[in-house]
Design a protein around this ligand. Structure first.
Ligand code: TXA
Ligand code: MG
Length: 365
């Protein structure tokens, strides 16, 4: 099967044809690559046992890792969720549509293959205009994990999806580059009720702890211990979001987090042989790149840098991160030294992905 890509920003007719083709594939229990504001998703109908199975097969994903159900403004939550606590209403008001996923007590009718056998279900309302238009066209909730091969960095371009899943899926709808670049923030509201409104972040994302606290108040938002555990290898803590326990976001290139200052980077770089230097990338912010170029002068080449964007604007770093991780492999690097960012605000989500991509490898002096 050759995978077809349909551009959604083309003429009105082509866009409509793309939506209709997607509808037919989904109706016959197939899967479709779709854009969202966070990353590309691999979608199936939420009520299709075969569609859900096809997602797990196409991605090579472990079946105990539950899927997020995507809905549109005005969609009825009742067929999905058994109870909506007041705190969830507040969060919907503040962050939907947008990159926030909430985990609720599920309606028993939701397929257990969607929820990995859990009695909870994750729901999100994407803000990407194409995703909204598609969901509105279908009037059918879609389950969609990120559309990468399981374990590889999430796709932020239709081309990434094509490279991972060509031949395994029929159609990718191309909505351009994903603006957020990191997957949605996942919060658990499943044990909340009238009296309890403290929430837990299961996966950090674009909606930060600080943004959630602005709505709920300081002290009402905490991280699942698995999120704050450093790396994955040294952690005995079982994450509440099953997906967080797997090796993830890892390119073939070996990524190491550099827990040293600029002089430490310089010493490290100069300790490498010329052959090693040729195969090593420096994945850094634009500002840090300038510092390193200044220090290393002729000892460093432009080709060795993978520029993540400005550290003054972490949204830019988030947007570029997954494409940068894929670029390491595309350019044939064996090793990459990655800059570390402050573990606050959006930096928490960036560092979470970087720690996983590096499988806990940290360089210290
Ligand atoms: O931004 C996103 O959320 C993207 C786009 C496509 O919407 N989707 C995405 O899906 O990242 P996925 O499947 O790659 O990640 C879903 C995460 C996993 O860590 C999974 O374990 C967790 O959400 N999750 C899903 N349902 C859950 C549940 N009932 N309880 C706890 N965690 C859940
Ligand atoms: Mg994923």
């Amino acid at each position: 099967m050759e995978t077809k890509i349909i551009k959604l920003n083309a003429s009105g007719q082509e866009r409509e044809q793309g939506f209709e083709k997607a509808r037919l594939i989904l109706k016959s229990d197939g899967v479709v690559g779709i854009p969202t504001e966070t990353v590309y998703g691999l979608a199936a109908r939420f009520d299709s046992e075969d569609g859900v199975k096809a997602i797990y097969e196409a991605k090579g994903r472990p079946s105990d890792n539950p899927l997020i159900v995507h809905i549109w403004p005005g969609a009825d939550l009742k067929p999905l969720v058994s109870y909506v606590p007041p705190v969830a209403e507040k969060l919907m008001e503040a962050f939907w549509p947008g990159p926030l996923t909430m985990v609720f007590q599920k309606n028993p009718a939701v397929l257990s293959s969607v929820t990995g056998g859990l009695n909870t279900v994750a729901i999100r309302m994407p803000s990407h205009p194409d995703t909204r238009a598609l969901l509105d066209y279908l009037k059918m909730p879609l389950v969609a994990p990120s559309a990468n091969t399981s374990g590889y960095p999430s796709p932020t371009l239709a081309e990434h999806v094509y490279r991972d899943l060509n031949g395994r899926i029929e159609l990718i709808l191309d909505g351009g580059a994903c603006g957020v670049g990191l997957e949605s923030t996942v919060v658990d509201v499943s044990s909340c009720d009238e009296a309890h409104s403290d929430i837990t972040i299961l996966r950090p994302g674009f909606v930060t702890k600080e943004m959630l606290e602005n709505v709920l108040g300081v002290g009402h938002v905490s991280f699942d211990p698995a999120v704050t555990a450093q790396g994955i290898t040294d952690s005995k803590i079982v994450p509440k979001a099953p997906g967080m326990k797997y090796k993830h976001y890892s390119p073939r290139c070996e990524v190491t987090l550099m827990d040293v200052g600029v002089a430490g980077w310089q010493r490290y770089w100069l300790s490498l042989s010329q052959e090693e230097q040729e195969k090593t990338a420096l994945m850094v912010s634009s500002e840090f790149k300038s510092q390193l170029q200044h220090l290393l002068g002729q000892n460093i080449k432009e080709e060795n840098f993978i520029d993540l964007g400005s550290s003054e604007n972490l949204a830019e770093v988030a947007e570029n991160l997954f494409a940068a991780l894929r670029l390491l492999d595309d350019k044939g690097f064996y090793k990459a030294c990655a800059e570390m960012f402050d573990n606050a605000g959006l930096g928490t989500a960036i560092m979470n992905r970087l720690r996983k991509a590096s499988a806990g490898r940290v360089y210290e002096e």
